[in-house]
Design a protein around this ligand. Structure first.
Ligand SMILES: NC(=O)C1=CN([C@@H]2O[C@H](COP(=O)(O)OP(=O)(O)OC[C@H]3O[C@@H](n4cnc5c(N)ncnc54)[C@H](OP(=O)(O)O)[C@@H]3O)[C@@H](O)[C@H]2O)C=CC1
Ligand SMILES: CC(=O)N[C@@H](CCC(=O)OP(=O)(O)O)C(=O)O
Length: 344
């Protein structure tokens, strides 16, 4: 059994880790932290977990206890993993970070976007970006994994086959993305109130969102050179889900884009290429570790539109984190991960 610790167990991604790990045959959660719920039983706060974590209570983060785990997930705001990851790695514990702390390879770029100094730049050299569809070999055996963000997962999986094959104008990429409100975390915020977000939709951070450098970094790697990306996130009145509508201009209109996507993802357990012209809905991935993509050529010209949907809390965070854990420890990548959505 792999002994698991979770830092940030009361937040949305922390609880999603608990929900998914409850069904993992090779992993046992032995430490779960919360500063605000210290001493509270997990099942008292989250009755949906009754019968699974009955003996487990939240405790304040303690490096000695966490360092006795085989792997520690960070489901915390940025900066927390910077402070603790080094000591855990020294203790021989693997670290899988759901925050953005180790996603950008350039510490200065990270500081610019996150508004604080990078707290662990010396660890960036060994941090592996945990997008299995790109980095599976590097993830195997890695000590430190940076789990991609939710918008970056949907956007990169949608664009990758086009960029890897040099099929589009890399300077004119557009990602028009919508997120459910759980993407903003569980902490109280006026913009997340039901009365604010429940019946409204808005774009935000059009001038520049912190996922822009992360997505661009991944797309540059795929394209083997510079890319020009416009990324506009939106908040929509749903709890879970990311819907990415991606636009690119083909440089060769004779290519079979649908066939290319089917081939690229044929062996990927968590990417589903739908029949050409499909309209994947976020509810078709709700609760599932799955990205569904669909290829469109609206006017049959040089415009290609890719639709990509994920559950932000599963393939966009906790499910992908567990997928990484499975690969790191050499297990079947699909263990504990249901890829069947809750709703049709
Ligand atoms: N929500 C989403 O869809 C996604 C989130 N992410 C990323 O995952 C991370 C977690 O997100 P989410 O679950 O939504 O966040 P939440 O705000 O819902 O939860 C944050 C958790 O971190 C704990 N925490 C806060 N500050 C500290 C601290 N200084 N030290 C230790 N623990 C702390 C909180 O508990 P307490 O205060 O009691 O200690 C809480 O359990 C973030 O970095 C987020 O950007 C990534 C992809 C998708
Ligand atoms: C709807 C909403 O607010 N979404 C969050 C992004 C989700 C996320 O958790 O991203 P990181 O892990 O990179 O911080 C936002 O736009 O900031």
């Amino acid at each position: 059994m792999i002994k698991v610790g979770i830092v940030g167990g009361t937040g949305y991604t922390g609880v999603e880790l608990l929900r998914l790990l409850a069904q993992h045959p090779q992993a046992e959660v032995v430490v779960i932290t919360s500063r605000s719920e210290d001493g509270v039983k997990v099942t008292d706060l989250y009755p949906n977990l009754r019968g699974h974590y009955d003996g487990l209570a939240f405790s304040v983060p303690d490096v000695a206890k966490l360092g006795a785990c085989d792997v520690v997930f960070f489901a915390t705001p940025h900066g927390v993993a910077h402070a603790l990851a080094g000591e855990l790695l020294d203790a021989g514990t693997r670290v899988i970070d759901l925050s953005a702390d180790f996603r950008l390879q350039d510490a200065e770029e990270w500081s610019r976007w996150y508004g604080q100094p990078h707290g662990a730049a010396h660890l960036l050299g060994e941090a592996v970006y945990g997008l299995p569809e790109v980095n599976r070999e590097q993830i195997r055996g890695a000590r430190l994994i940076a789990v991609p963000g939710c918008y970056p997962t949907a956007t990169q999986l949608g664009f990758l086959p086009l960029l890897e094959n040099g099929l589009v104008d890399n300077g004119r990429l557009i990602a028009d993305c919508k997120s459910g409100v759980s993407g903003a975390g569980r902490a109280a915020k006026i913009s997340s109130l039901f009365t604010e977000a429940g019946e409204s939709m808005m774009a935000y951070a059009v001038k520049g969102h912190r996922h822009l450098p992360e997505i661009s970094q991944g797309l540059r790697r795929a394209a083997g050179g510079e890319v020009g990306l416009t990324f506009v996130p939106h908040l929509t009145p749903m709890i879970r889900g990311i819907h990415a509508t991606l636009y690119a201009t083909l440089v060769d209109t004779s290519v079979d884009v649908q066939g290319l996507y089917e081939k690229r993802y044929a062996d990927e357990p968590f990417v589903d290429v739908m029949p050409a012209g499909s309209h994947p809905e976020t509810r078709s991935v709700r609760g599932a570790n799955m990205c569904r993509v669909a290829v469109h050529r609206p006017q049959g010209g040089d415009l290609v539109v890719i639709l990509s949907v994920i559950d932000n809390l599963v393939k966009g965070a906790s499910g992908q984190a567990i997928q990484n854990m499975n690969i790191v420890f050499g297990m079947d990548e699909r263990l504990g991960l249901n890829n069947v959505a809750l709703l049709p």
